[in-house]
Ligand binder design. Structure first.
Ligand SMILES: C[S@@+](CC[C@H](N)C(=O)[O-])C[C@H]1O[C@@H](n2cnc3c(N)ncnc32)[C@H](O)[C@@H]1O
Length: 218
């Protein structure tokens, strides 16, 4: 899989589809995060072109941030976007990394951010990455997750099925993503020590954004 071919057009692709709803979903819990425990070290996985990173850096000026993405072109676009906005990137580490094989330091990050990332993979790969990220989290970490979903019934379900069939066909073609349908990411995450704390949906329930907190006992 590689998003490098479309890194420079990614923002445009969003804009002509459901860009506003995607942005709303990414930023849904920023206020809640800002009101909660201090974020010291955030890990942004598959961050792409910086749509979340830019507002996050502005909202959390004291946080150390690690950005991992498989695509060097996406990382470049994100860095250029921060530079254009005049953001000091001294506290941000950008690293090209494949999360299917990446080893992470244990207990390091108190915020994990995975936005429209897991829907690129099948369920077993999602489980493997989720467990890796869980062990890289502090015992009181929070986790911000947004992705696509198919509502249970009604016209919203049909609408989401049509949208997702088109989006999966497009991204399989231009970015060679391995997935063919949305994996059960929420169920996988809820089987870990992270539990949902606040949730919102967007775009006729086709997008969800959930903030999880780690439920550490002992
Ligand atoms: C659909 S884009 C989402 C980007 C961004 N998070 C957003 O909200 O728009 C998926 C991102 O995950 C990255 N990615 C795909 N496979 C990856 C992997 N195995 N390891 C790390 N990043 C990966 C891609 O390069 C791309 O930037």
């Amino acid at each position: 899989m590689s998003y490098s071919r479309i890194a420079r057009f990614y923002k445009l692709i969003e804009k002509v589809t459901i860009g506003r709803a995607l942005l709303d979903a990414r930023l849904a819990h920023l206020d809640r995060l800002a009101a909660g425990p201090k974020v010291r070290h955030a890990l942004l996985v598959g961050e792409g072109n910086g749509s979340f990173l830019l507002p996050f850096t502005q909202r959390f000026p004291g946080a150390e941030i690690t950005v991992l993405d498989e695509s060097p072109a996406m990382l470049q676009v994100a860095q250029a976007r921060l530079a254009a906005a005049g953001v000091d990137t001294a506290r941000i580490t950008f690293r090209q990394a494949d999360m299917t094989s990446e080893s992470l330091p244990e207990g390091r990050y108190d915020l994990i951010v995975t936005l429209f990332f897991f829907d690129n993979f099948d369920g077993s790969t999602v489980r493997q990455i989720v467990l890796n990220l869980e062990s890289a989290s502090t015992l009181t970490a929070q986790w911000l997750l947004s992705d696509f979903q198919i509502p249970a019934s009604g016209w919203r379900r049909v609408r989401a099925q049509v949208w997702l069939a088109v989006l999966y066909a497009f991204f399989r073609c231009v970015a060679a993503i391995p997935a063919r349908c949305v994996p059960p990411t929420e169920a996988i995450l809820e089987a870990t020590s992270f539990k949902p704390f606040a949730a919102k949906t967007y775009c006729g329930e086709m997008l969800y954004s959930t903030l999880y907190v780690r439920n550490h006992i002992g």
